[in-house]
Design a protein around this ligand. Structure first.
Ligand SMILES: O=P(O)(O)OP(=O)(O)OP(=O)(O)OC[C@H]1O[C@@H](n2cnc3c(O)ncnc32)[C@H](O)[C@@H]1O
Length: 543
């Protein structure tokens, strides 16, 4: 493109005025050197007359102008779209509520997931949990109405947590575990009445109530396994799965995938899943009566076979005493058949705090002798050797956390020594050290720690090596480990059997690439017009 010297030059004395239509400025060169004066690198030619100029300047052709305007509008539009698309938008969620009606207590869990994901495939996470005050619903066998009433407080809270416009579409489930399994075995009519009462209470809330039922031990184990593997993204990514160890109050579950188990031996322990395009053959077993409360009952029953008035219990701290009622202890179907023929109303338990003897008492509640399979855990139940990593939750976590034993790189021998020392600590000292801890829990940690170690090592056959692959967990990525999430994911079909086709690029990446390509195309277009660009001659031309 040419630069033009203005026709406004007025003579020798006047400074010539240089005009560079394509340069941003008009400049007066310094006196005496008219050529060295401008910030535009080229020096310019005299322009043709204005009319001729318009005709010859290719930038002034209508096509070029229209194309340029369209190009600029296209770029502005694309960039605007990209910016708007990437702006964080108010996320909308869907919700699901699950009540875990356990033997020791009931908990309400609210889950949420992004509403706009197709087929509800967005990540589900725990939004809120509420611990129902009082005991589990099975404890209301004599006054079922109260079982329903006990849920109200947490359910009112749930109503506040879920946006009103989502209430009607939010599924609400109640799953009962070992406490109700035992009540159902003991007195099915009482169990039905409790269910009737909790159903009536839950139907009064504006959610979509999907029913209350007792989960089988197999379901409890399998859904716990689904939960922890879903939360750790192992299912979606097709990674090696983690086994699940759940210790409740009345039952305990072990679930894991083993290379040596295909479901042929002891098929009742097999659960098959097809999730995200992968097949899983999960071994699972639930031991009713081997939750930590019922196991304590089994251990006490073992020590009170003859109906004594006093017992010295090695699983309680020295100096600890408690009076226990025989009829309450033997009320549970786990021990009811073993009730001594002749026994006083109650017996007094005095702790002696002896880990080794406690270990012996606890071992006596397991049957390690009978096994009709290639290998067993205990009580004649088939179990392959534990394989891979494990997540241990519920009471496993509560107890090991309190005892400061969650670090499984500590050898089993050291764990034993620590428990030995802890059990031998006088009760008065324990209470002083933990004034804020619930005394029922506090009195039982020696028993519970010893029970956990016995269950894992002698019961499930964990070795020093496999023990170190256990992780004691409470939550994974903010959601509690337990069966409830897996149960809801299953009932709402939220884990697809096949891996969903995913777009090659995330949305933001797609928009960015389109924008970059558009800018490059426009730049190419501008470059292609190079032959018709206005130029400034490099050669200075004196006019
Ligand atoms: O699965 P089931 O057998 O029905 O039992 P649950 O659902 O009631 O079992 P939880 O996981 O809620 O609790 C397991 C046990 O841990 C006990 N527990 C809860 N919090 C605890 C804590 O802080 N310290 C010690 N024990 C605790 C509770 O009383 C139970 O005996």
């Amino acid at each position: 493109m040419l630069g033009y010297l203005s026709h406004l030059e007025t003579g020798q004395t006047n400074q010539p005025l240089y005009l560079f239509p394509m340069c941003p400025h008009f400049h007066h060169p310094p006196p005496g050197n008219p050529l060295a004066s401008t910030s535009c690198p080229s020096v310019c030619l005299l322009p043709p007359p204005l009319s001729e100029m318009k005709e010859k300047n290719p930038w002034h052709t209508p096509v070029t102008i229209i194309l340029t305007v369209i190009g600029v509008i296209a770029i502005v539009t694309l960039v605007t779209v990209a910016v708007l698309q990437n702006k964080p938008i108010q996320q909308k969620y869907k919700y699901g509520i699950v009540l875990d009606a356990g033997s020791s207590h009931t908990a309400v869990y609210i889950y949420e997931w992004p509403a706009e994901k197709d087929n509800n495939t967005g990540r589900v996470q725990q939004k809120y949990s509420c611990k129902v005050k009082g005991k589990g619903i099975s404890s209301y066998a004599d006054e079922p109405q109260k079982a329903g009433e006990s849920l109200r407080e947490c359910m009112f809270e749930a109503k506040k947590q879920v946006p009103k416009n989502r209430h009607g579409e939010t599924p609400l489930y109640l799953g009962a575990t070992a406490g109700m399994r035992l009540l159902n075995l003991d007195d099915s009519s009482a169990s039905n009445k409790v269910f009737q009462a909790v159903e009536e209470a839950l139907q009064r809330f504006p959610f979509s109530f999907q029913g209350a039922r007792i989960l089988s031990g197999q379901e409890e184990g399998a859904f716990g396994w689904v939960t922890i593997n879903y939360l750790s993204d192992r299912l979606k990514q097709g990674l090696e799965t983690t086994g699940a160890l759940d210790l409740g109050g009345a039952s305990t579950q072990i679930s894991f995938v083993s290379d040596s188990y295909n479901g042929l031996e002891s098929p009742k322990n097999s659960v098959n899943f097809r999730l995200y395009g992968n097949d899983y053959h999960v071994y699972t077993h639930s031991f009713l009566c081997y939750g930590k409360d019922q196991a304590l009952g089994l251990a006490l029953a073992h020590q009170t076979k003859s109906g004594p008035r006093t017992i010295t219990d090695p699983c309680f701290h020295p100096g600890y005493t408690q009076t226990k009622n025989y009829s309450i202890l033997y009320d549970s179907p786990c021990v009811s058949e073993r009730k001594p023929q002749e026994a006083p109303l109650s017996f007094t338990l005095s702790g002696s705090g002896n880990f080794t003897k406690c270990h012996e008492v606890i071992k006596s509640v397991f049957d390690f002798t009978s096994c009709n399979y290639s290998r067993c855990s205990f009580n004649g139940v088939f179990q392959p050797t534990p394989q891979g990593s494990f997540g241990a939750f519920s009471a496993y976590y509560f107890v090991m956390k309190f005892l400061n034993l969650t670090d499984t790189s500590t050898s089993i021998e050291v764990v034993r020594e620590k428990l030995m020392e802890y059990c031998a600590t006088p009760w008065t000292k324990i209470v002083k050290q933990h004034p804020k801890v619930d005394q029922k829990y506090l009195s039982e940690y020696c028993f519970s720690g010893t029970y956990i170690l016995t269950l894992l090592i002698e019961g499930y056959n964990f070795t020093s090596e496999t023990y170190s692959k256990i992780e004691f967990i409470k939550k994974i990525k903010g959601s509690d480990a337990g069966w409830t999430l897996g149960y809801m994911l299953n009932l709402t079909n939220m884990i697809p059997a096949e891996a969903p086709d995913s777009p090659l690029l995330p949305h933001a990446g797609y928009v960015s690439i389109v924008t970059i390509i558009a800018i490059l195309l426009f730049a190419l277009f501008i470059l292609s017009l190079r032959p018709v660009w206005p130029t400034c001659s490099k050669q200075p031309q004196i006019v």
